[in-house]
Ligand binder design. Structure first.
Ligand code: PBG
Length: 322
């Protein structure tokens, strides 16, 4: 027999030599939550090992990420319930928790990490939706765009290198790009959550940000049944000026990720979301899965499908052990 593919699998050194996909710490982004108030960071029950940080602990975390060689951090704000309102105005208030967190991290690590911010209102609205509601209680696309622009501007002013619109409003990338440019932030980049599906795998995230959402996001996030639509969304965002397009969630959407990676000529990100994290952690806690091997396999699979950048709650741990 001439063709014996097993020859290249004979030893660990041989397998390493011919491995076709590598996940490097520098291509990982760590999503992190920052809440208002002092005290110790609060562990998130549904995401063991992940925390709602304080302004103090997020600074320390940022230093650890730099030391481990992680590429970036994506910051999410968790305001006190009393600071939420129908429009989500703490999202663009300079003293809002997310903007203060951006400022704190930038002051701590400067340009050593790519500092990204989630540009979406759901953490800040009293109703938990990603935009403002019209008279019928439906998220009003065009009225929301101006609020995203204000939020992105506040994030740039606070020191974000990259804003990350994740609310799935039509036209959000173009609107944000215009406002950033008008105010001189031509170098602040946009990582667009382009193909974002209305997913049950965001479940644990709702606890992480103390979400008040009732109902669902199906009128703005995509239907999991739609593959081509993911490509359509990514192409629209690229045309509107996105610097990076994202597919989210990652593991259950590798087909969409591969499609998007084929058609765009800008970097593609994939977000390994809270539910993907929680499932492996829970199975590992029960002794049902080899935790590290499952984490590594999940990350390499996302990279193999075409992700240049991966958002993962395991970014720090993975970087430390690679
Ligand atoms: C919206 C946002 C969500 C996530 C990231 N940005 C929640 C949602 O769309 O319902 C989910 C991330 C995760 O599950 O890890 N601001």
């Amino acid at each position: 027999m001439k063709d014996r593919p097993r020859r290249l699998r004979t030893t660990a050194a041989m397998r390493a030599l011919v491995a076709q996909t590598h996940v490097l710490p520098q291509q990982l982004i760590y999503p992190a939550f920052v809440r208002e108030g002092d005290g110790d960071p609060t562990e998130i029950t549904a995401m063991p090992g992940q925390f709602q940080h304080t302004l103090d602990s997020i600074r320390a975390l940022a230093c650890e990420l730099v030391e481990a060689g992680v590429g970036g951090i994506d910051l999410f704000g968790v305001p006190d319930q009393v600071n939420k309102d129908a429009a989500g105005s703490q999202a663009w208030a300079p003293a809002g928790i997310l903007n203060r967190a951006i400022e704190a991290v930038r002051a701590e690590v400067g340009d050593e990490l790519v500092i990204c911010a989630d540009t979406c209102l759901d953490e800040f609205t009293s109703h938990g939706h990603c935009g403002v509601l019209n008279n019928q209680g439906i998220v009003d696309n065009d009225a929301t765009l101006d609020l995203y622009a204000r939020m992105a501007l506040a994030q740039a002013q606070a020191g974000a290198h990259m804003v990350s619109p994740s609310g799935m409003m039509d036209g959000q990338v173009e609107h944000i790009r215009t406002v950033l440019d008008t105010h001189g932030f031509t170098d602040v980049s946009i990582m667009a959550y382009s193909a974002k599906y209305a997913s049950a795998f965001f479940g644990p995230f709702r606890e992480a940000v103390a979400s008040t959402l009732c109902g669902d996001r199906k009128t703005y996030q995509q239907d999991p049944a739609n593959r081509k639509e993911g490509v359509r969304e990514a192409l629209l965002d690229a045309a509107q000026g996105a610097d990076i397009v994202m597919v989210k969630p990652a593991s259950h959407y590798l087909d969409v990720l591969a499609d998007v990676a084929q058609v765009v000529d800008i970097p593609v990100a994939a977000y390994q979301v809270s539910g993907e994290y929680a499932m492996i952690e829970a199975a590992a806690r029960n002794g049902w899965i080899n935790r590290e091997a499952a984490i590594d396999e999940s990350l390499v699979s996302i990279a193999r499908a075409g992700a240049d950048v991966i958002l993962s709650y395991w970014a720090l741990e993975y970087a430390r052990r690679s």
